[in-house]
Design a binder for this molecule. Structure first.
Ligand code: GDP
Ligand code: CA
Length: 328
């Protein structure tokens, strides 16, 4: 464990696969009480009568060592008998749910129906899965990511899974945003954090939903913030992030575009070693920039990349704390 981070509290903003890969790696280097993950719930939806929280599940499965690492969603070695039966019966099968994964949705739905909050349900499951780090849904209120596309207005999972993120997006908005609030646990975690990490998650549909909740962006700006770029060599590792930069901002995806998206929020940036030639240009925008291996396609790579990331954070933290004291 990097010694200086001992006793420091690190809060990570995360979506599904990119967030989980970094967080899983970090969990190897940090004690339980040091790491809190605030997870996007803009992807949540009701399907077959079940409350599904795709990003929370991906984070839980990764932290519990249950994840299908290469695929990035669901449980390793899961079977799909229920999906087969649904197909015979003429049910909806566009959203794949493994048999073990199904148990998560059944239990979550049952506990929510009994009046527990999503925060309580997530903590209960995390505890029973042996997870020592805190996993917090960004909100207990529904705040659903909606996409205005050339195929009309689509709910996130409809766009992402059913339509394989092919429709062109014109605008993103959140249904429920007027009344959705971050949870007390989220705000407390942000207030007591020593470092805020923005995971290499999709900026538009994984990180922005968290930042748009009332009070979150302000709380985040008061902290030292370090991000890992989800864009490597101008491309997303997985999913529609690169396409979103083109469609929504009219520019190609790049590390610079990621930095611009976060609009002055970043004190530090970690990008992939393949983008190292961008270092001088980025240093004009972010004070502390480092290039290192950030592809985390195996459990080992996750631990390695997270270790290097934390090492970088450790070397910066005294500086960043000084700077924020001066600014305050
Ligand atoms: P989702 O909710 O499952 O779509 O996942 P996230 O929003 O957390 O992550 C999607 C983003 O993660 C994409 O933009 C990918 O480029 C990025 N990503 C996925 N795996 C990796 C990785 O190993 N390294 C880095 N740097 N980014 C990754
Ligand atoms: Ca997601």
């Amino acid at each position: 464990m990097p010694e200086m981070l001992e006793g420091k509290k690190i809060v990570v903003l995360a979506g599904g696969v990119g967030g989980s890969r970094l967080v899983r790696g970090m969990s190897h280097h940090l004690e339980g009480h040091q790491l809190t993950v605030i997870v996007n719930t803009g992807d949540d939806f009701t399907h077959c009568g079940l409350h599904i929280s795709p990003d929370i599940d991906t984070v839980l499965y990764h932290l519990a060592g249950l994840a299908h690492v290469e695929r990035g969603w669901g449980i390793h070695n899961d079977t799909f008998h229920c999906m087969d039966a649904l197909k015979w019966l003429g049910g909806e099968t566009w959203f794949n749910i493994g048999d073990r994964d199904l148990a998560t949705h059944l239990l979550r739905t049952q506990l929510l129906q009994r009046g527990h909050t999503l925060t309580e349900v997530t903590a209960y499951m995390a505890r029973n899965l042996g997870i020592l780090h805190a996993v917090l849904p960004m909100s207990d209120d529904a705040c659903r990511t909606m996409l205005d596309t050339d195929e009309g207005i689509l709910e996130f999972q409809n766009y992402f899974v059913r339509q394989h993120w092919q429709p062109a997006i014109r605008r993103i908005f959140w249904q429920g945003a007027e009344s959705a609030r971050p949870t007390t646990a989220v705000m407390q975690a942000l207030r007591s954090a020593d470092l805020l990490v923005i995971a290499p998650s999709n900026p538009f549909v994984s990180v922005a939903p968290i930042l748009q909740l009332p009070g979150v962006k302000e709380a985040v700006s008061a902290l030292p913030v370090i991000a890992m770029s989800p864009i490597i060599g101008g491309m997303a590792v997985k999913g529609p992030a690169a396409k979103m930069f083109r469609e929504l901002l009219g520019k190609p995806a790049s590390v610079e575009a990621v930095v611009d998206f976060y609009d002055g929020l970043l004190d530090g940036l970690v990008m992939d070693e393949v983008d190292a030639d961008l270092l001088p240009a980025l240093q004009t925008k972010v004070k502390h920039v480092s290039a290192m291996p950030t592809l985390m396609l195996t459990a080992e790579k996750q631990v390695e990349a997270a270790g290097q990331f934390l090492h970088f954070a450790q070397s910066l933290l005294p500086d960043l704390v000084d700077e924020s004291v001066r600014e305050a």
